[in-house]
Design a protein around this ligand. Structure first.
Ligand code: AHG
Ligand code: MN
Ligand code: MN
Length: 330
């Protein structure tokens, strides 16, 4: 089996980018260890701090953020970083060629129940001149690399450098990532969907109709029965989509009018959208491709509908309909 290093060489990924990817991979091995020790290392539970988004930080949110920051500071080629757990962008090295955006621990509400969590990252080219938030606000198609590491029964990494999407599995005996799927191919059709159903009454009309028709199964207009899954960690739900197809949604809702979207563009939606597109799937907000969004701020949130191409198209077809006579869902 090929190692990660061998695969990057085969893909002719430039040395500086390869080194950065390997640095992130090494750091994720340490995170995997920290996560695995759980209560034994006293890393479970919450801190008393909130992040800039008003979310209480879990101890592991802070620990993994510091681990990634330290790893990226030790890597000579990083110009700056942006993290879910950092209020502002962090300058790393004036000579650096790359910007890294990351969610150090996705699904952190799963930590205390020993369920799936992961790390999501996105690498962008650095621009000349002063480093500001604006340096990071590049369209998702500019990503040089996107990936995640899933800390599950096995630790796995999904990675794209723009040459398809690959899956690697961490060999616990040698602590090396080995290539276990060289070309992920998301099935075009699916009978599985993932959405937080408890938000149903808060969705827009197109999503209400789409999901209600999925739920009608083979006695409804879709003439097909669907199954539902919800891991509550995007990293786990997207991993399932990469492995066996499906549609994953975190759509617009009006539960809190100040926060109509949940997932963050720069370090959740964009990297996942690139991984999914590179595996033959689609990723949309309902009204356009996620990767075409012009970002406005590093912690910006967006609606996400991604996965099997035909099912994403089916969902989007409801968004083109005229709902002007529908009752307001508020
Ligand atoms: P994070 O733990 O990084 O804040 O992200 C959690 C996100 C995402 O991973 C997941 O899909 C979603 O929140 C789960 O939200 P619900 O609380 O609606 O299940
Ligand atoms: Mn997250
Ligand atoms: Mn997180």
């Amino acid at each position: 089996m090929q190692t990660l290093t061998q695969t990057l060489t085969k893909q002719a990924v430039p040395d500086s980018l390869s080194q950065l990817i390997l640095r992130l991979a090494d750091c994720s091995k340490d995170i995997s260890q920290a996560v695995r020790h759980g209560a034994l290392a006293g890393v479970l539970g919450a801190t008393e701090q909130e992040n800039v988004q008003g979310e209480t930080q879990k101890k592991l949110d802070v620990i993994t953020n510091d681990m990634l920051k330290d790893a990226l500071k030790a890597e000579g080629n990083v110009r700056g970083l942006a993290s879910e757990e950092e209020d502002y962008v962090v300058e790393v090295n004036k000579q650096g060629e790359f910007l890294v955006c990351f969610d150090p621990l996705d699904g952190s509400s799963n930590i205390d129940i020993n369920s799936l969590v992961g790390t999501i990252f996105s690498i962008l080219p650095a621009q000349d001149g002063e480093l500001t938030e604006a340096s990071f606000l590049q369209n998702g198609r500019q990503q040089l690399t996107a990936g995640y590491v899933l800390y599950g029964p096995s630790t796995m990494m999904a990675l794209t450098t723009g040459q398809g999407t690959q899956l690697y599995t961490l060999n616990p005996d040698t602590n090396e990532f080995l290539l276990t799927d060289e070309a992920v191919n998301i099935s075009k059709d699916t009978a599985e969907f993932a959405i937080n159903m408890s938000n149903q009454r808060f969705w827009e009309a197109p999503m209400q109709t789409y999901i209600s028709e999925l739920l009608l199964g083979n006695i409804g207009p879709r003439e097909k029965s669907f199954n539902m899954r919800w891991i509550a960690a995007m990293v786990g739900d997207v991993h399932r989509v990469l492995c066996r197809g499906g549609i994953f949604m975190y759509p617009t809702d009006n539960k809190n009018p100040e926060k109509p979207y949940k997932l963050r563009l720069m370090y959740e939606a964009n990297p996942m959208a690139l991984l999914v597109e590179q595996a033959g799937g689609k990723a949309s907000t309902g009204y356009g491709d996620i990767l075409d969004i012009a970002p406005e701020e590093i912690h910006q949130r967006v609606a996400v509908i991604l996965g099997s191409a035909n099912e994403v198209d089916a969902c989007l077809s409801y968004h083109g309909l005229d709902y002007s006579n529908e009752p307001d869902i508020a």
